[in-house]
Design a protein around this ligand. Structure first.
Ligand code: ATP
Length: 235
C-alpha cells in the first residue's frame, strides 16, 4: 500500500438489521503493530472487529487490507486474504483435544505455523497436547484459540478481550504470548477493557465511544494521558 498501512479503515459504518452501530470508524494499523481498541461496554469495539471480518449485516465506508478493499467481500475471502478473528467466547471444541482443535481449521493461505512451530512458541500447549478442550483452563483455552489462528496463515489477528475472565498471572502469560507473536512479525488488533494489560502489549491505543473512534494515544503517552482517557472509559 502506498500509505504503508496494513489495515486502513475509513468512515466505517455497520448495522445489525435496523440497528446502526458504527457511525464512521477511522483507524490505521501498520505492519507489525499491536493496537488496542479501548472503550466502555457497548461502544462498538466487538462490532468493529466483526465488521473488518465481514460478520455484520451491512457495512459502508472503506476497509483496505494490504491495499485491497474488503467492503463487499465475503468473510471466507477476507480470511483467505490473511485476517484471523478470535471471538470473546474463544470457540474451543470441548470434545476435541488440543492437537485436534489446532488441526480443525483449514490452512487458508501459505505461511501458517506447523504444530511443531506452535509447540515451540507455546510450550504450554505442547504439554497439554492430548488434553480435551473441557479440561483446559481459561488461559489455556485463550492460548489455544490464538494458536489456532496462527495455524491458518493469518497475518493480522483480531482478538476480542483475550484477558477476559483470567487470573492476573495468566493474563501475564497471554501478554507474553502476544509480544512473542509481535516479535514474529504478526500484526494484532485487540479489544480490551483491561488498561494495565493493554499497556503491556500495545504500541498504540484507540478509544471508542458511541460507534466512533474519539481518541488515539501512543503507548508511551498512555500514563500521562490517563486523566483524559478515564473520562471516556469511566474508570
Ligand atoms: P462489549 O464489551 O459490551 O462487547 P463493545 O464495545 O464490544 O462492548 P459491541 O458489542 O460492539 O460493543 O456493541 C455495540 C452496540 O451494538 C451495542 O449497543 C450492542 O447492544 C449492539 N449489538 C451488538 N451485537 C448486536 C446484535 N447481534 N444485534 C443487534 N445489536 C447488537
Amino acid at each position: 500500500d502506498v500509505t504503508g498501512e496494513l489495515l486502513a479503515v475509513r468512515r466505517l459504518e455497520a448495522w445489525y438489521g435496523e440497528s446502526h452501530v458504527l457511525h464512521g470508524v477511522d483507524l490505521d494499523i501498520r505492519p507489525g503493530e499491536v493496537v488496542t481498541l479501548l472503550g466502555r461496554n457497548g461502544a462498538g469495539k466487538t462490532t468493529t472487529l466483526r465488521a473488518v471480518m465481514g460478520l455484520v449485516g451491512r457495512r459502508a465506508g472503506s476497509i483496505r487490507y494490504a491495499g485491497r478493499e474488503l467492503i463487499g467481500v465475503r468473510p471466507d475471502v477476507i480470511a483467505r486474504a490473511g485476517i484471523g478473528y478470535c471471538p470473546e467466547e474463544r470457540g474451543i471444541f470441548a470434545s476435541l483435544d488440543v492437537t485436534e482443535n489446532l488441526m480443525l481449521p483449514p490452512v487458508v493461505r501459505p505461511g501458517g505455523l506447523s504444530i511443531a512451530e506452535i509447540h515451540d512458541l507455546f510450550p504450554n500447549l505442547k504439554e497439554r497436547a492430548g488434553s480435551q478442550g473441557t479440561k483446559l483452563s481459561g488461559g489455556e483455552q485463550q492460548m489455544l484459540a490464538i494458536a489456532r489462528i496462527l495455524r491458518t496463515g493469518a497475518k493480522l489477528l483480531l482478538l476480542d478481550e483475550p484477558s477476559e475472565g483470567l487470573a492476573p498471572v495468566i493474563v501475564q502469560q497471554i501478554g507474553r504470548m502476544i509480544r512473542e507473536i509481535k516479535a514474529r512479525g504478526f500484526t494484532v488488533l485487540l479489544v480490551e477493557q483491561n488498561f494495565r494489560f493493554a499497556q503491556t502489549v500495545a504500541d498504540r491505543h484507540y478509544v471508542m465511544e458511541h460507534g466512533r473512534i474519539v481518541d488515539m494515544v501512543a503507548n508511551a503517552e498512555l500514563a500521562s494521558s490517563l486523566d483524559r482517557l478515564h473520562q471516556y472509559l469511566g474508570v
